[in-house]
Design a protein around this ligand. Structure first.
Ligand code: HAM
Length: 438
């Protein structure tokens, strides 16, 4: 008989398994705490949306929409009509759709956050996956620079709470649409004057999205992009004042930054402030967080106009950085491991374990391994499992103990070997010993 071929996960999509998953849970806990401290509230949107939301929201001529989206046609309904659907490549468009759909801004601005998987069909490499996870923070209905600064400071607070030190902040202002139009004309004129040096991508984008040429990854084009007219030189007084106000707040809070006039971001919905947090510790995929203002996105997808600003961080990259920086998180271990020599005792034992758990004790129960579940295994093998579990105590439910209505509590770590007998009927009297809270 030929062996059934093993089925593996899709390329670029990862399983998150213990003990790694404990680091994810820890990070998520820190995120919830920091978001709560800034009064940002959780939102969960579907991982699929109509493709239109992204073509309209993120821009048709972006890598994400042009090349990287998992988009497909759904099955037709009974009238033969089929929806075009896409796995979300990012979280902002879906969140804005939800805010508009549910009229969340009817009584004023909202501060929201989300965490979850996103999907982009990129070439997988370190720090770049096809299913990856973002934490995003978005403030909608606020137009002032103080909220841009609040969001940047929120990210800085998060780095501090996570123990991440190796980051730098880059800022730019993309101005307002009219300022961009003026800059765009200057940019097209400049690139047309150097048409011979443009690569295929740049030629294609020259008239559809020349700003994106500045973002080129082609080394041969770097010098050309470097010398191009800068948007920051085309900003009017109001846009300048907004940008200056953001910087004044950052300075007052001891945050350092560098202005990068070529920072344009990979999505089209931005205006005014844009920013990225970058680290040198992760190689090519060093951007751990990016965002900015997107005051026109809501109306672009058909909602009532409202200003907005936000960012998203890449969870995989942040966790990788934590590893690089040697930040250790605790792996959760059970308080106690239940050693059960005779399966006949299980009904009685499991009642006791159930009571212990409801008293807040984390208990791992020994169970028969293998098909059919016969035999609990020798005491020796059970103790080996108990040790491997990391538990601080073994609970021994032997025949002697049970005959006297008792259980032996044996220390496995601190003071290993010390043991006491406790009452089976009244776990409340000794649960605290197991929790390590006398
Ligand atoms: P983004 O720059 O496309 O922005 O993504 C934000 C972050 O997600 C990146 O800085 C990076 O850390 C992570 N990331 C992106 N693609 C991948 C990937 N293939 N694998 C691993 N990590 C990745 C946005 O998505 C905007 N929605 C951010 C935003 C929110 N702007 C305003 N509000």
């Amino acid at each position: 008989m030929s062996k059934t071929p093993q089925i593996n996960a899709i390329k670029g999509m990862n399983d998150i398994l213990p003990p790694e998953s404990a680091r994810w849970e820890w990070l998520e806990d820190v995120v919830r705490r920091v978001m709560a401290a800034h009064a940002y509230r959780n939102v969960r949107t579907p991982i699929m949306e109509l493709t239109q939301l992204y073509t309209r929201g993120l821009g048709e001529v972006t890598d994400i929409v042009e090349k990287e989206m998992y988009a497909f046609e759904d099955r037709a309904d009974q009238h033969g009509k089929a929806d075009h659907l896409a796995l979300r490549p990012e979280g902002t468009a879906g969140l804005v759709r939800a805010v508009a759909e549910h009229n969340l801004l009817y009584d004023g601005g909202k501060r929201l956050f989300y965490m979850g998987p996103m999907f982009r069909r990129e070439r997988p490499q370190r720090g770049r996956y096809r299913q990856f996870h973002q934490v995003g923070a978005e403030a909608l209905g606020f137009g002032g620079p103080e909220v841009d600064a609040e969001l940047i400071l929120l990210a800085v607070a998060l780095w501090r709470e996570l123990g991440i030190n190796n980051w730098r902040l880059e800022l730019n202002s993309l101005g307002q649409p009219d300022e961009r139009r003026e800059h765009r004309a200057a940019l097209i004129a400049y690139f047309e004057a150097h048409a011979g040096q443009l690569d295929e991508d740049a030629k294609r984008r020259l008239h559809s999205n020349p700003l994106r040429i500045l973002d080129t990854k082609n080394p041969a084009m770097q010098a050309l992009a470097e010398g191009a007219p800068k948007l920051i030189d085309h900003l009017g007084d109001k846009s300048r004042a907004h940008f200056a106000a953001v910087q004044a707040i950052l300075a007052a809070n001891g945050v350092e930054w560098r202005i990068n006039p070529r920072l344009v971001r990979g999505l089209d919905y931005y205006n005014l402030t844009v920013f990225e947090f970058i680290t040198d510790s992760l190689g090519a995929q060093g951007t751990i967080c990016g965002g900015g203002r997107y005051d026109y996105l809501i109306e672009q997808i058909g909602g009532k106009p409202a200003p907005a600003v936000g960012w998203a961080l890449g969870v995989e990259r942040v966790l990788e950085l934590l590893k690089e920086e040697g930040v250790h998180t605790l792996d959760p271990v059970p308080d106690a491991y239940a050693v059960i020599p005779d399966a006949a005792a299980l009904p009685q034992v499991m009642r006791c374990l159930h009571q212990l758990r409801s008293l807040g004790v984390a208990v791992q129960m020994h169970a028969a391994s293998g098909q059919g579940g016969e035999g609990m295994g020798s005491m020796k093998s059970q103790f080996k499992r108990a040790d491997a579990s990391g538990a601080r105590f073994a609970l021994i439910f032997g025949a002697d103990e049970l005959a006297e209505g008792q259980v032996t509590v044996k220390a496995l770590r601190d003071g290993a070997g010390a043991q006491t007998r406790q009452s089976l009927a009244e776990p409340a009297l000794w649960a605290d010993i197991l929790k390590g809270t006398p």
